[in-house]
Write a protein that binds this ligand. Structure first.
Ligand SMILES: [Zn+2]
Length: 435
């Protein structure tokens, strides 16, 4: 990795920064001393320092423990024209993330030791950390379980057939039973394929208006209900991917009350947009699960607020311009999301007072790490400097032509977002995002 924006964090002083992490007074400013990629000391800001390294003045900026996006699709191996592990990492760093979990629907699928090892090897000695998620079933065909023990041994942190549900309930039962032995979650894309059929968007008023085939909310609800029952029965850990319906949020809330080992995630697009956006027929509004109606969006926001939804993830899904630039019903599902996530979180959740930055640290760092059974970064002397620095007054306009991702499929082009990532530090490196 070269370029002046990606440098060794040998001796850096982050000066006058507000720290958002447990135990810090947000009214105060701090100086964070970093030596050889580790936090050496954190002191209240003082005028005089005889520090002989690089000094970054971060007055007005916030330091968060490094954010983890636990649901992304980097297309390597298989579709390096859409995204590689490294271009995905750069897109994520520009968006303020220091780590991500890659979904296994690559080509070949991440269902064997070699692919996991390739991914980890590719990202060795990089600022950005990747935690691969392995397939539940061989080639994600839903027929035969992958070798779960071997995959965990190789470095898989969770299992998922994301892109579709495991339709066979017996297979999902076995997956939940085995995964318990390794204490890793099963991440389910909850969708009844028969109920969804060849739907292109949320089934409702707008789909009837437009004459597009609908994907009913109940297609998600029925699978969430089944999965929760199987998790209760097996005692396994179930994580509901990109939750999008009111019914599913209600089911997860009840299951948590009952003590079932369930967690859930939501995406910025599912709390920022409704199916009304599809009236444009722009395929950048086509995703799976689809953009839902107002009542579902309100339920997602309520679920984020009351803790039913533990994590915010992007489901970053790059597609080539040729494929996405098609008639709505012919275009593939999915949008890129890493470079707009923080700004959307700020615009839709923090600015309106729904969540605080402290809550965002929980949903984009601490909870994702906890769900995966990994230790979350802390802003503390002696720890690795794994930090996300954001500018809470850094309004910017989304320009899809000026993104680090290799793909351009964002529905947020032209949006003004109130907050921007300023820098990230991790694994002995730091990276300054463009202003
Ligand atoms: Zn996904």
């Amino acid at each position: 990795m070269s370029g002046s924006k990606f440098q060794k964090a040998e001796k850096i002083l982050l000066k006058n920064v507000t720290i958002i992490d447990d135990g810090y007074n947000e009214q105060k400013q701090w100086d964070i001393f970093i030596i050889d990629g580790k936090i050496n000391a954190i002191n209240p800001t003082s005028e005089k320092t005889d520090f002989n390294g690089a000094v970054l003045d971060l007055s007005g900026k916030l330091a968060l423990p490094g954010l983890l996006d636990m649901h992304v699709h980097f297309r390597e191996p298989g579709r390096e024209d859409e995204e590689t592990l490294k271009s995905g990492a750069h897109s994520a760093m520009a968006g303020g993330f220091t780590a991500a979990c890659t979904m296994p629907n690559t080509n070949p699928a991440t269902d064997n030791r070699e692919v996991i090892e390739f991914i980890l090897d590719e990202m060795k000695n990089h600022l950005f950390s990747i935690y691969p998620i392995a397939a539940i079933t061989k080639d994600q065909q839903g027929e035969k379980l992958a070798e779960m023990a071997e995959l965990v041994d190789a470095g898989a942190v969770a299992f998922s057939d994301d892109g579709k549900s495991v339709a066979n309930s017996l297979l999902l039962r076995r997956a939940l039973e085995y995964s318990k032995m390794f204490n890793v979650p099963i991440i389910e894309h909850c969708e009844d394929a028969h109920l969804v059929g060849s739907g292109d968007m949320h089934e409702g008023f707008v789909s009837s208006n437009l004459g597009l085939a609908g994907m009913p909310a109940i297609a998600e609800d029925v699978i969430v209900a089944r999965n929760l029952m199987l998790a209760e029965y097996t005692g396994g850990k179930i994580h509901i991917a990109h939750i999008s319906t009111k019914g599913a949020v209600d089911l997860v809330r009840q299951a948590k009350d009952k003590g079932i080992d369930v967690t859930a995630e939501a995406t910025p697009h599912h709390f920022s947009l409704t199916d009304e956006a599809v009236r444009s027929f722009d395929s950048n509004f086509k995703m799976n699960p689809p953009l839902r109606s107002e009542e579902h969006v309100a339920a997602i926001i309520e679920g984020l607020k009351d803790g039913t939804i533990d994590a915010i993830v992007t489901d970053h899904a790059p597609h080539s311009i040729e494929e996405k630039d098609a008639e709505f019903s012919a275009a593939p599902f999915g949008i890129i999301g890493l470079e707009t996530a923080l700004g959307l979180v700020a615009k839709q959740l923090v600015k309106p007072g729904i969540l605080s930055w402290q809550d965002i640290v929980q949903k984009m760092c601490k909870n994702p790490y906890r769900i995966l059974g990994l230790e979350a970064p802390q802003i503390k002397a002696g720890e690795i400097a794994n930090l996300t620095i954001i500018d809470p007054a850094g309004e910017w306009e989304v320009d899809k032509f000026n993104m680090k991702s290799r793909s351009r499929n964002t529905p947020f082009h032209g949006w003004k977002l109130p907050v921007r990532a300023f820098a990230v530090l991790n694994n002995g490196y730091f990276y300054l995002a463009e202003k």
